[in-house]
Design a protein around this ligand. Structure first.
Ligand code: SF4
Length: 548
């Protein structure tokens, strides 16, 4: 039957746009279970229940909504039960995946530790965490095997030396990344540490900002030595031709399954205005951020829809009540700065950057490190966003003895390119979301490559991730590895990786930051990973041009 062109079409009612769950446009009723948990009780309140109830009842007495929801606001995640393979990660219920122990994240804003703090973490690791201590790529230290019964004593010890676990995880402002050489670098013009301290003092643990749509990541550094483009907010040093030194504001970065690099708002922020501007941006996120779907709840989705012009306008008009000053872009370095090795400080002393392997440390190693650092006349250690650490304030004649001492405790100040550039997330050993093993694979990979290609003379970054969540920044490495199940040559499903090649961050003009290419079919089983990386490296060496 032919249809007449003139037949009246059925009336199409314009579809009402579906709300994104933004508080600022009236969506106050929770639209998913995570939002419900936060609305029912501010997650910060769970601290009192842990101390007064759960520390006495033990694991079995914990309310599931606290256990898998609010505990995170105090740095506590349930730990993956040993022996559950990655193929079952997606099919088991949360309670089937977890054991009765916790991962505890200690928040170390700016990565700055004094020796009393370092010793305290080492003691807690030894006494309460079976000796575990991993340095993360967000300058935290993570401990495992923590029992809820021990949390009151752990908090007492941490807080006695000025450390905290407040909002180390959860939908709230996480640790503030900072330059590991803030205050000592010869290249730094303004040390932003006072701004970081003010933000932490004023806003961390503040109930006004403890219910955000998702996590909120911050980086504040004069130098481009933190991965600023992958944070929700970043401030990076820049000299304004008229107003002098200040900070360039970036917003909306984040990796995970929908990666997006942060964008410049084109404004110049003086040091003393950073906390207010930070509060404005976090306020926008709280009020306008999307709360309907968790996989669209990061700030990057709002920025993608609004664009930078609208974001800046809302920030200025609704949150700051004034216009911001236009600013120039910062000068970015030729290549990422990781501070490994021996470097001069502005006061003439030295800092020494050293590498554990894939961030894995231990209570014993941290305790020995504290002794060593004290013996060589320093009181300061810094953690880096590359899972490495620095010892500051070393006199010239103490440098080589310190380097040797570090080597003896398993920290290498002159590491191979492989050890220097390889990072790994927590992975299947402890993480409930993981599909594959990461830390042990990383250690094995570094050892094999050091054996086979010891003199590889090129900076290379290899980031090993246990699942698509990209906690170790899959997409911005030379070789980014995303854990997944793959087929081996016998057609069996085994642990392996999707490979992303050629990502990078913090590059100077002409080498702009970008994501690695994920090529179809570019996969390796975990067992063949060392050979696979070796092949890529040899191929590169064979084909590189003079001077490359
Ligand atoms: Fe866990 Fe996945 Fe993050 Fe690794 S990337 S720590 S496996 S969530």
């Amino acid at each position: 039957m032919a249809l007449s062109n003139t037949a009246a079409a059925p009336a199409v009612r314009p579809r009402k746009p579906r709300g994104e769950g933004q508080w600022a446009v009236g969506h106050r009723e929770p639209l998913n279970p995570n939002e419900r948990i936060k609305k029912d009780d501010n997650p910060l309140n769970v601290r009192a229940r842990i101390e007064n109830i759960y520390a006495h009842t033990g694991f079995a007495g914990i309310d599931p909504q606290d256990l898998r929801g609010r505990f995170r606001w105090w740095g506590l995640y349930t730990q993956r039960k040993a022996g559950i393979d990655g193929g079952r990660t997606a099919v088991l219920e949360p309670h089937e995946l977890e054991d009765e122990f916790f991962m505890l994240r200690v928040r170390i804003d700016g990565g700055a530790l004094n020796l009393a703090q370092l010793r305290t973490i080492a003691e807690i690791s030894t006494e309460f965490a079976r000796g575990t201590a991993d340095i993360t790529d967000r300058q935290n230290i993570q401990l495992h095997w923590i029992r809820v019964e021990d949390m009151p004593e752990i908090w007492r010890r941490l807080e006695a030396v000025g450390l905290q676990t407040t909002e180390a995880c959860g939908d709230c402002p996480r640790i503030v990344l900072g330059s590991p050489v803030a205050g000592v670098s010869t290249e730094e013009v303004v040390d932003p540490t006072p701004a970081i301290d003010t933000i932490v003092e004023r806003y961390i643990g503040d109930p006004r900002y403890s219910n955000l749509p998702r996590k909120f990541k911050t980086s504040i550094s004069w130098l481009a030595d933190t991965p600023h483009e992958v944070n929700d907010i970043a401030l990076l040093g820049v000299v304004h031709p008229q107003y002098g030194p200040g900070f360039d504001l970036w917003v909306g970065g984040g990796l995970s399954t929908n990666p997006r690099l942060a964008e410049r708002l084109g404004v110049w922020v003086p040091l003393d205005e950073i906390p207010d501007v930070w509060e404005g941006v976090v306020g926008i996120f709280r009020d306008y951020g999307y709360r309907r779907l968790r996989n669209r709840a990061r700030l990057k989705f709002l920025l993608a829809d609004w664009g930078v012009a609208k974001f800046r306008e809302v920030l200025e008009k609704e949150y700051l009540g004034r216009a911001l000053i236009d600013g120039p872009p910062p000068v970015l370095p030729e290549k990422p700065i990781d501070h490994i090795g021996v470097h001069k400080q502005r006061d003439g002393r030295n800092y020494v950057g050293a590498a554990p392997v894939v961030g894995r440390s231990s209570g014993t190693q941290l305790s020995r490190l504290a002794d060593l650092v004290a013996r060589h006349g320093s009181d300061r250690v810094r953690l880096t966003p590359y899972q490495k650490l620095l010892v500051l304030d070393i006199a010239d004649d103490q440098v080589e003895p310190l380097v040797e001492g570090l080597r003896r405790i398993g920290l290498e100040a002159r590491p191979s390119a492989w050890r220097r550039g390889t990072m790994a997330c927590t992975g299947i050993e402890y993480c409930k979301l993981a599909i594959v093993e990461t830390k042990a694979r990383g250690e094995e990979l570094v050892a094999r490559l050091e054996e086979r290609l010891r003199d590889f003379d090129v900076d290379i970054s290899i980031h090993i991730n246990g699942c698509p969540n990209a906690c170790a920044r899959t997409q911005v490495a030379d070789i980014g590895l995303k854990g997944q199940l793959v087929m081996n040559a016998r057609g069996e499903q085994v642990e392996g990786f999707q490979v992303h090649l050629g990502g990078g961050l913090g590059m100077a003009q002409g080498q702009t930051a970008g994501f690695g290419r994920k090529l179809r079919g570019l996969k390796a089983t975990a067992d063949e990973l060392p050979e696979y990386v070796e092949r890529i490296a040899r191929h590169y060496l064979a084909g590189r041009t003079a001077g490359e």
